[in-house]
Design a protein around this ligand. Sequence first.
Ligand code: SAH
Length: 225
Amino acid sequence: MTVRMRLQPEAIGSGMTSQRVRDRLVERLREKGIVDERVLNAIRTVPRHLFVDEALATRAYEDTALPIGQGQTISQPWVVAKMTETLLETAPSKVLEIGTGSGYQAAVLAALGLEVHTVERIGELLRTARKRFRTLGLNVRSKHDDGRIGWPENGPFDAIIVTAAAPALVDALTAQLAPGGTLVAPVGGSGGQSLMRLRKDADGVVTQHDLAPVVFVPLLSGMVD
Ligand code: SAH
């Protein structure tokens, strides 16, 4: 009992968030098929434990989704890696994310040197995410809005990532994707979705590909404080 008590503070401190623990996550992602070294490096670098509540920090480098409040979740690292890797295939510079949540996915994209624009409908989550961007010195443009309309004033975007699930791809978002660009989004109902990749060629012709089964929280309408 005494030993367990003494070990606890250490586990909450550097131990469970150390470089060694992060390296282990990166090795797991590699085993699960993530090959892009730029993405693996970004995952190694961005401190995921700062994007969850302190009480969950010890679990931040497990390959699992975690609650972030307001009924929302920070995506599983493999999903973040897979979506990021897919977007990088068409060499984007300007990216739109729908569903800022904790800000982790946006931070990974910003760490890769991309110009990130992100939209979140829950004000409370966005305020916390903005603080994290500031603390980490990340330049991310963000907006409190219903992301189903995208961010038309700032578009078109070379890549679009939707991190909440809808029954079908959202036309307004596809419209804001530049020719030659990639959009990734979970498509399906509340039980589970397909991670879809949509590509728009230079002539504007669209093709779709099913990447993997995933589970996301739903894309909802309207805004909340
Ligand atoms: N990318 C996030 C994942 C957050 S979960 C991260 O890295 O942590 C999905 C997020 O999408 C939630 O925060 C939810 O509030 C948000 N969301 C759902 N519907 C939305 C909409 N219509 N517009 C903007 N954000 C939305």
